[in-house]
Design a protein around this ligand. Structure first.
Ligand code: GNR
Ligand code: NI
Length: 168
């Protein structure tokens, strides 16, 4: 297993569109294992392959307090979305920024697991937020894009300044 490097906003690679997984092979298993280890080490409650510069439709999530309930979603799709709910979100690719985002409150979703078996689940609360947040990453969308232009400009400036400091 390996801890992978997480891309930081604003990095153009965070806006790439992920391709469906077609082979449920040893390479996929290794990617999922590495992503899970990276998520737990960060620590975070979810990670999309996009964030580790792999542009395939793969997500890992663990919203349990005991870190023993790993959910692997390959080629996820939302079947039904109901209600609206505001939650204060963070993102491992935008460290230190926490802002309220409104999303569906309840979702029914389907995906393949790492072996290619189809799983279907419902979610509310943090898991529902997380599935939607991670699925956004797979289409190249970062949660700050839901914020006002002013906030986005400020966040971008902060991270560009930090990147310049690191490079200097
Ligand atoms: O660790 C994470 N916490 C979190 C908190 C509220 C809403 C969404 C998230 S996802 C985030 C990990 C991450 O960036 N996943 O893409
Ligand atoms: Ni994120």
């Amino acid at each position: 297993m390996a801890i992978l490097t997480i891309l930081t906003y604003p990095d153009a690679r965070l806006h790439k569109f992920a391709a469906p997984v077609t082979e449920f092979d040893a390479d996929l298993k290794k990617l999922v294992d590495d992503m899970a280890q990276t998520m737990y080490a960060a620590p975070g409650v979810g990670l999309a392959a996009t964030q580790v510069d792999v542009h395939k439709r793969v997500i890992v999530i663990d919203t349990s307090e005991t870190h023993d309930d790993l959910v692997v979603l390959v080629n996820p799709r939302i079947l039904k979305a109901n209600g609206r709910h505001v939650y204060e979100e963070g993102c491992l690719s935008v460290p230190g920024i926490y802002e309220e985002v409104e999303r569906a409150e309840h979702i029914d979703f389907e995906a393949e697991d790492v072996a290619g078996n189809t799983i279907r689940r419902s979610a509310t609360g943090l898991l529902a937020v997380c599935v939607q947040h991670e699925m956004d990453h797979l289409k190249g969308k970062v949660f700050v894009e839901y914020l006002s232009r002013l906030k986005q400009t400020r966040i971008r400036a902060k991270f560009e300044k930090e990147a310049r400091k690191k490079a200097a």
